[in-house]
Each structure stands twice: as C-alpha cells, then as structure tokens.
Design a protein around this ligand. Structure first.
Ligand SMILES: Cc1cc2nc3c(=O)[nH]c(=O)nc-3n(C[C@H](O)[C@H](O)[C@H](O)COP(=O)(O)OP(=O)(O)OC[C@H]3O[C@@H](n4cnc5c(N)ncnc54)[C@H](O)[C@@H]3O)c2cc1C
Length: 289
C-alpha cells in the first residue's frame, strides 16, 4: 500500500527539530528507524501530514555507564545494543530481547527510543524497561524532564511524550549488588511479535535474599504490564521453587490477554505462567554466576 502524502524535513540539530515540531503541532510525527511508523503509514493507520526525521541529528546514539546508570541514547539501534560490551556484561536481557526482534534488517534500523515511544504493548523493550526500572528523558523547547517507566505508558499507543517533545534518553540503574536479568517470548514463527513475553530482573543481597524483583509482561494487556504481585512474592525471600511457582501463578492471574490469532486468553495465561517461572530461574542463575 502507498501512504497518503506528507511533507518531510530532516533537521541537523535537536533545537531545530524541536522548533519544527512545535510549529507543526499534532500534525507532525517523528521518524526514527521507521520500522513501526512506515508500515502503519502504508496501512493508513497513521496519516501524519509531516515527518520530522531525527536521523541527521548527531549525539542521539550512544550507550555508556556513568555513575551507576546505563544511559542509552534514543537513536541507538537494536544492533548497537547487541554489540555493546556494557550491555553484554550487565544486561544480557537486551541480547535476549534483540535476538527475538524481527530480523537483522529491522534490528539495524529500529531504535530503542522508537521501540518505546511507539507505545505498543506488543513491542519487547517496554517490558524489559519495566523489569529494569528504567526512566525516560523527554526533551521539549522548555528543557528536559524525566519520567519513570511506570508513568510512561498510559494507553493504547499513548505515552508520556507530548506533541512538540522528543524522547532523548533511556536510563537504566545498574544495581550495586548481585543481580541478573532475562527475557523470553513465545512467537508463532521466527520474527513474529510476542504471543506473550516476560522480562525479569532479580537483585540479591550477600545472603542471597531478593532485595528487588522487576517483572514486565509483553502483549498480554492493552499497555505494557508490571506484574506487581509476582514481584512482591519474591522480595525478602531466597526465591525458592515455592516462591517461583507463586510468582508465575500470580502473573498468569493478573495479566489481561485477549483472544486473537496468536491464541486464546487461557493459552496466553499459561504461556505467561511458564515464562515467568523460567525467566525468574534464568535471572537467578545469572545473578549467581
Ligand atoms: C517485520 C517487523 C517485525 C518486527 N518485530 C518486532 C518484534 O518482534 N518486537 C519488537 O519489539 N519490535 C518489532 N518490530 C518493530 C521494530 O522494533 C521497530 O523498529 C520499533 O518498534 C520502532 O522503532 P523505530 O526506530 O523504527 O521507530 P519509528 O517507526 O520511526 O517510530 C515509531 C513511533 O515512535 C515515535 N518516535 C520514534 N522515535 C521517537 C523519539 N525519539 N521521540 C519521540 N517519539 C519517537 C514515532 O513518531 C512513531 O510514532 C518489527 C518491525 C518490523 C518491520
């Protein structure tokens, strides 16, 4: 299909992009990797009158750890996450997710900022960011503001990024103690969106007691979902088989999947239960390795 007509601008600075976005208001859409937006435009689910391309703006793509925080520039590509030493060492969860996202072509272009800003509960990074307790930096003409991930997704394809603003950075705390993380999803075929997915981070003190658990669920709720009761079932425990079983059961009970071509709601709840148990176990193994 062919998208409806639109104008296109590719500013070379962040200030210029913000100025254009403010002038154009809600008739403009930001173009990052284009791998969610362009398909939607071709299907005419999105018909923006103007595209503001961020690809010519330097300084929006980086991965570094500073002062106990992993900083990810919004225009960082999926494939750059796969190649980062910091990510490989501390956050293998991103590698788990990346290898399940589409194919190398999509991963070479799709950005981490775009994956989150799209606000799609079927995307994999929202659940990962929930598990990791990330925060998001949003820049507007008035300056920068920071939004915790739990306040970022607030509706179907709706996020805290307002018209005239740009998501510029994602920040992930690097825990000071032992920690491990893992992500997996089931898919109908290689490269498909999740039937259901589970992201887990487990943090432990020296005695092996869980001090924090983060559990995010993919594509089983209108918005990316935190499995709060499952997290609470783990914190303060040694994360034994009994707690893992309880956390899996709670995640299955607390998600809100719908019947669709990927399976019925009951099947998806069983997927979430199995994956929650497996990902807690894997995150724990990584924390202790
Ligand atoms: C065949 C195929 C399979 C895919 N499978 C998966 C999958 O399994 N899992 C998965 O997670 N993803 C999947 N994707 C989506 C892919 O990961 C996208 O690249 C990603 O979701 C969006 O990133 P993008 O950089 O391409 O964003 P774009 O498509 O450019 O933008 C997406 C939306 O976010 C907005 N936006 C982008 N960047 C910013 C910013 N910095 N600030 C504010 N708003 C912004 C845009 O205006 C637009 O509304 C797939 C895509 C394709 C084509």
């Amino acid at each position: 299909m062919i998208p409806s007509s639109f104008s296109y601008t590719a500013p070379s600075t962040l200030d210029e992009a913000l100025k254009v976005l403010n002038e154009l208001g809600d008739e403009a859409k930001i173009l990052a990797g284009g791998h969610s937006l362009i398909p939607m435009m071709k299907l005419r689910f999105a018909e923006p009158e103007h595209l503001v391309d961020l690809n010519n703006i330097p300084g929006l793509s980086y991965i570094n750890i500073e002062d106990g925080t992993l900083n990810i520039g919004a225009m960082t590509r999926e494939s750059e996450m796969e190649e980062s030493g910091d990510v490989q060492q501390h956050f293998p969860i991103f590698l788990d997710a990346a290898k399940l996202i589409a194919d190398p072509q999509v991963r070479n272009f799709g950005t981490i900022g775009g994956n989150i800003a799209h606000g799609d509960a079927a995307n994999d990074h929202p659940a990962v960011m929930i598990a990791l307790g990330a925060e998001v930096e949003i820049t507007g003409t008035g300056g920068k503001r920071t939004v915790g991930i739990d306040d970022f997704f607030y509706g179907f394809y709706a996020t805290a990024v307002e018209d005239g603003e740009i998501l510029t950075e994602i920040r992930v705390p690097v825990p000071s103690g032992k920690f491990g993380n893992a992500y997996h999803k089931t898919e109908r075929k290689v490269g498909d969106y999740a039937t259901g997915g589970v992201a887990v981070q487990i943090e432990l003190d020296d005695s092996g007691t869980c001090t924090r658990a983060g559990i995010g669920l993919t594509n089983v709720n209108p918005t990316p979902l935190r499995a709060t009761r499952s997290e609470e079932a783990l914190v303060g425990t040694k994360v034994t088989a009994a707690e893992i079983e309880a956390a899996g059961q709670m995640a299955a009970e607390d998600c809100n999947p719908s019947d669709d071509l990927r399976g019925d709601a009951d099947y998806k709840r069983r997927v979430i239960k199995a994956l929650t148990k497996r990902m807690i176990t894997k995150a724990l193994e990584r924390a202790n390795s």
